[in-house]
Design a protein around this ligand. Sequence first.
Ligand SMILES: O=C(O)CO[C@@H](C(=O)O)[C@@H](OCCCCCc1ccc2ccccc2c1)C(=O)NCCCCCc1ccc2ccccc2c1
Ligand SMILES: [Mg+2]
Ligand SMILES: [Mg+2]
Length: 341
Amino acid sequence: SDTKTMSETLKKCYVHLTNTSRSFAAVIQAIDDVALRHATCIFYLVLRALDTVEDDMTIPNSIKIPMLKSFHKNLLDKNWKYMDSKEKDKLVLEDFPTISYEFRQLKPVYQQVISDICQQMGAGMTVFFERDLITLAEWDEYCHYVAGLVGIGLSKLFSASKQEDEIVGKDTYLSNRMGLFLQKTNIIRDYLEDQLEGRAFWPRAVWGKYASELGDLAKEENVDKSVQCLNELITNALELIPDCIKYMSRLKDQSVFNFCAIPQVMAIGTLERCYNNSKVFKGVVKIRKGEAVKMMMGSTNLEQVKAIMSHFTSQILRRIPANDPTANRTREVCRQALDVC
Ligand SMILES: O=C(O)CO[C@@H](C(=O)O)[C@@H](OCCCCCc1ccc2ccccc2c1)C(=O)NCCCCCc1ccc2ccccc2c1
Ligand SMILES: [Mg+2]
Ligand SMILES: [Mg+2]
């Protein structure tokens, strides 16, 4: 329906969205308010382009650092593009003029939010090129830069579009926590893929208790220690559930709720599949498609989301190994999640 009235450049943006995101394209396209839908689509593509630079290990830091710090300026340069990317999503960099053109057609309030978040994310991404990711506080800091800021920006778009109350955009703490839950889940799940590509996002203060090198966690002879390390990081992620439930309890628009809730229930499903699972160190553990569809169909209101959160949290609670060093903390965090669900 919408595509009849859409410009050719905006149509191309939705093609890029579909091509670069398995998990977000559908929920973004399902946003009812057309101005918010377009702003969210462009927001995704701008940050996906930025992240494609961050992820590209063939770009030397001497080039990458200034490129990330100045990336937001490209939004106002109608010819800017980058043709040397080796990444899977390189097309968003090669066709950036199409994306930046549509960015400049958005309402000024949306442009301001997207540009501000892009600038903060780009600068934040460079912080951990210059120092290692050691403490859990630094794990939160990195996840804030790459995902918490997305939540903060999205929440401002929701409020600016009047689809959600002012408080949603104002409460940056809860918006940040929503992004942390998704990013920590991704980092936990993607251990081996990141390891093989020379990226390291597991905090050294944690893995250093179980191995002398991060790569040692992938060695078969260390499997018991590796799984204990995995369980400690999953426990840290589970702490975020109460704040995510509180954020979602404020949402009024059905399509915005679905957009926020579906990635959250996929994340808890992923954490449950990863818990105490040595396969995380052998490949990427994905939830089954059928299970994912069932959850997506059943995540349209808060009670359903609470039921899914408590289902998977209970599944973890009932299989905490008695001898796991984090066992007591995991039980406590699962009970705190179950109390709010
Ligand atoms: O390269 C990959 O395939 C994965 O990259 C990961 C990485 O490099 O760590 C990593 O890249 C992070 C930097 C780019 C973030 C791009 C993004 C994602 C979703 C969006 C949704 C709507 C609008 C804009 C969005 C922007 C990644 O994609 N991680 C997935 C978790 C980040 C999700 C952020 C997010 C999404 C939806 C939210 C809804 C509500 C509240 C907070 C939210 C927070
Ligand atoms: Mg990245
Ligand atoms: Mg990435």
